[in-house]
Each structure stands twice: as structure tokens, then as C-alpha cells.
Design a protein around this ligand. Structure first.
Ligand code: FAD
Length: 414
């Protein structure tokens, strides 16, 4: 038996390998890691790691000796060049950072393949978007470059008021940099939040000294002879910067899957059991698209929870165990003193109830469709968030008076 090959050793890929072993799978597992580091967590890259409060060792998903101790063959700095689905063979190449002289198999054969190739940062598609000092943030290498630039930078321009842009803005602001965030929409996180939450976050960032330019985009970047850049905006304005951070979203790594004809639609399409259109190939994490509970369309979710849960589903299926229930998606973001936690994705709520005072910086927004609770966004109320994961997954009917009353615990419902 050839066992399982996993392409991508991040949140999804590592979890597939770990869960397979936890569930007693005893055939070979090859975990192919496109990067030269030990597999690591991405969320701290824009948070604690950028702020220097955790080092590279603190990012590791598992300890260095974990893989060998569980019989997981970790191939670092190894790139899967192509898949032959007929012969179940992977063609391997050395990836950047591979050490000269390390022996690498040319190919691997699998019984089952898991694609966990994730996503990559979208680059800024304007003149000068590839200049030195215009940086995206996806890998530990990106974060190291950004940290080095931040040491000497005075002025930072950030393209995009999404989670990554805002988290970097928070960190750069705390480091005393002059920070400007440029956003094409008229407010932060406009596709994800109602105006009241966007305004709450914007005010916190403004208090930290961050300036915002809404309704405009970077139209070009010019290098000056003194090393600084001039950033031009579509509204005709411009600003000088030492560092430009690009946080305008991610693009799915589904190229390998497309080449072998797997069904894809903004992500590799998988069913409820995280199986692709080929019965020998599963997919999990940022690269996979599926139907979320209560939703009609398939979508891709870029979150640790989604990657880990899909990975556990694959491991359960491959070992003949019960498939874990799909839960409402949840996510977190840390910005300044705001610990934001969200569960559920519904945007078409017909009522939003606030639990706690927004001004106090400790509250939850509860979203309703009719009587049913469909989503909860919590700010510094982890206790609400933990309870809400279950309540939103079950779409329970929660009386609004009780929802508003912080003396009544959410966990007592449902
Ligand atoms: P990825 O993490 O994208 O990893 C895919 C891996 O596959 C990469 O190492 C890549 O090199 C490798 N690969 C791709 N193609 C090949 C190939 N052909 N051969 C070999 N290897 C290959 N999520 C949260 O829930 N909360 C947060 O607060 C949060 N903050 C974030 C902050 C930042 C800065 C970033 C970048 C992401 C953040 N996320 C957060 C999102 C979260 O990190 C992702 O959802 C998660 O990393 C997805 O894991 P994955 O395993 O699907 O893929």
C-alpha cells in the first residue's frame, strides 16, 4: 500500500496527517511542504509575530520531532509539479529554500491524495506594484521582510481595509509609524460587517493614529531616488511612503486540480465529506469550496477553523469513522485592544441586537432572521462567542430580550 499523500503542510495538511494517526491509520503518510520551514501557523504573522511578541519557534504547528514520532514523512521545501491521476503519481521538484544535496524522491505514488494547497496573496495590479518595499503578507518569509522594513520605515501606506490590512495597521501604529489605510469601499470590512461595526473598528484605529482614505485605490507607485516611494491614488491625491503593504485578498491555489480536470469554481469543489469530483482525491482548507450549512451556493472559507474541520472530516472518512457534523464557520481577528470573534456568515439578517454597550468596547452583535439566531460577532466577549458557536450552528430561537441582557448567559439557551 502507498498510503496517503498530502500536498501542502499548513493548517489543513498537518491536521489531516495528525488526525489520520490519531484515528489509527497505519499506512504511509507523506506530507509535502512547499516551504523550507517547519509547518507553522499563519494568523500570528499579522499579529504577535509582526509585533515581535512571539518568535518563529512559537509559530510551529507541531514540535520538530512530532512528524517522525508519528511516522509522518514530512518533505520540506518540496513542490508538487503535477499530478497523474490515472497512475496516482505525483511529480516532485525542489522548492525555493531546499538545501543542496538533500535527497528528494522524483515522484510519489498514493492510494489517496489530499490537496491542501491553500491560497496566495493577491498582488497589487498597478504600475509599481512590484517595486521593492511593496509587500504582501502570506508566509513567514513575507513577515520577516515586513518586520525588517518596519524597523526603519516612517510612513506606511496599506492597500485594503480587510483583516490583514487592519491588523498590520494596528501593529505598525503601535510601533509609532505614520499609517494610512486606503480602501476602495466607503468603510472598513464593508463586505463582512454592518456599518455600526465598521465604524466601531475605524474609530479604534483612528485613536491609534491611523488615517483612512475611503472610496479610493492606489493607482500607481513611483520610486524616488532617496529610496522612498510616492503612492498615487485614483482620486488624484498622493502620499509618500517607505513601505506599502498590500492586503487586497487571496487567490486560490487550484492550478494542480484544474490541470487534472477536477471540478472547480473559485476553489476545488468538494462534497460534505470533503471529497473532490475524483474518488481518490480529497481537498481541504483555503483551496476547497463547498456548501456551508443553510447556504445555497458553494463558497471558499479562509479560516483556520475551516481548514482544521475539513481535515478532520477527511481523516474520519479515510479511516471509516463517523463524519463530524459541519458547524457554522467561525473566525477571529485581533486589532489593538479589540478581540473580535465571529460565528456564522449570514449578511441578510433582518434584525441585529446589541448585547452590552458598544462604547464600552465589550459587546456582541446578534443577527436574526425572524426568531432564529444566524450569526454573532463578539468584541472582547469570548464567553458569548463560545456559546454562540453552538447556538448559531443550530439556528436556535433566542428571545431578543434575553439576548440583550448580559446577566443571562447565552450558554443556557438551546
Ligand atoms: P495555507 O495556509 O495557504 O497553506 C498552503 C500550503 O501549501 C503553503 O505552505 C503552500 O506553500 C503549499 N503549497 C501550495 N502549492 C503547493 C505545491 N504545488 N506543492 C507543495 N506545496 C504547495 N485565519 C483565522 O481563522 N484567524 C485569523 O486570525 C487569521 N489571520 C491570518 C493572518 C494572515 C497574515 C494570513 C495570511 C492568514 C490568516 N488567516 C486567519 C487565514 C488562515 O491562515 C488560513 O485560512 C489557513 O492558513 C489556511 O490553511 P491551508 O492549510 O488551507 O492553506
Amino acid at each position: 500500500t502507498h498510503g496517503v499523500c498530502i500536498i501542502g503542510a499548513s493548517h489543513a495538511g498537518v491536521q489531516v496527517a495528525a488526525s489520520l494517526r490519531d484515528l489509527g491509520y497505519d499506512a504511509p503518510i507523506h506530507l509535502i511542504h512547499g516551504e523550507a520551514t517547519l509547518p507553522y501557523q499563519r494568523p500570528p504573522l499579522s499579529k504577535a509575530y509582526l509585533a515581535d511578541s512571539v518568535n518563529a519557534d512559537g509559530l510551529a504547528l507541531r514540535s520538530p520531532d512530532y512528524y517522525a514520532s508519528r511516522g509522518i514523512e514530512l518533505l520540506s521545501a518540496t513542490h508538487v509539479h503535477c499530478i497523474d491521476a490515472d497512475t496516482r503519481r505525483l511529480d516532485l521538484r525542489a522548492a525555493p529554500g531546499a538545501q543542496a544535496g538533500t535527497s528528494l524522491p522524483d515522484s510519489l505514488t498514493y492510494d489517496h491524495l489530499v490537496i491542501a494547497t491553500g491560497a496566495r496573496a493577491r498582488q497589487l495590479p498597478v504600475p509599481g506594484g512590484d517595486l521593492d518595499g511593496v509587500l504582501t503578507l502570506r508566509t513567514i518569509e513575507d513577515a520577516e521582510q515586513m518586520k525588517a522594513r518596519l524597523e526603519t520605515a516612517r510612513d506606511v501606506v496599506i492597500a485594503g481595509a480587510g483583516f490583514i490590512g487592519l491588523e498590520v495597521a494596528a501593529t505598525a501604529g503601535k510601533l509609532g509609524k505614520s499609517v494610512t489605510v486606503v480602501e476602495a469601499q466607503d468603510r472598513v470590512l464593508a463586505r463582512l460587517f454592518p456599518t455600526m461595526m465598521s465604524d466601531f473598528l475605524t474609530n479604534r484605529h483612528k485613536e491609534n493614529g491611523t488615517a483612512f482614505l475611503f472610496g479610493t485605490q492606489i493607482s500607481g507607485i513611483r520610486q524616488q531616488t532617496d529610496g522612498r516611494k510616492i503612492v498615487d491614488f485614483s482620486n488624484g491625491d498622493s502620499r509618500e511612503a517607505d513601505l506599502v503593504v498590500v492586503g487586497i485578498g487571496a487567490e486560490v491555489n487550484d492550478g494542480l486540480a484544474r490541470l487534472i480536470g477536477l471540478d472547480c469554481d473559485n476553489g476545488i469543489l468538494v462534497n460534505r465529506e470533503a471529497l473532490t469530483s475524483c474518488p481518490e482525491i480529497s481537498a481541504a482548507g483555503d483551496c476547497a469550496a463547498w456548501q456551508l450549512p443553510h447556504e445555497q451556493n458553494t463558497s471558499r472559507t479562509e479560516s483556520v477553523q475551516n481548514a482544521v474541520d475539513q481535515a478532520k472530516i477527511i481523516a474520519a472518512r479515510l479511516t471509516g469513522n463517523d463524519i463530524p457534523e459541519q458547524v457554522a464557520p467561525w473566525f477571529w481577528s485581533d486589532q489593538l485592544d479589540v478581540k473580535l470573534q465571529m460565528v456564522g456568515t449570514a449578511l441578510d439578517a433582518d434584525d441585529i441586537v446589541c448585547r452590552g454597550e458598544m462604547e464600552s468596547g465589550r459587546f456582541s452583535l446578534l443577527y436574526y432572521q425572524g426568531e432564529e439566531l444566524v450569526r454573532v460577532d463578539s468584541v472582547n466577549r469570548a464567553i458569548d462567542h463560545i456559546a454562540a458557536r453552538r447556538l448559531v450552528t443550530q439556528r436556535i430561537k433566542l428571545p431578543k430580550d434575553a439576548a440583550r441582557d448580559v446577566n443571562i448567559k447565552l450558554k443556557d439557551f438551546g
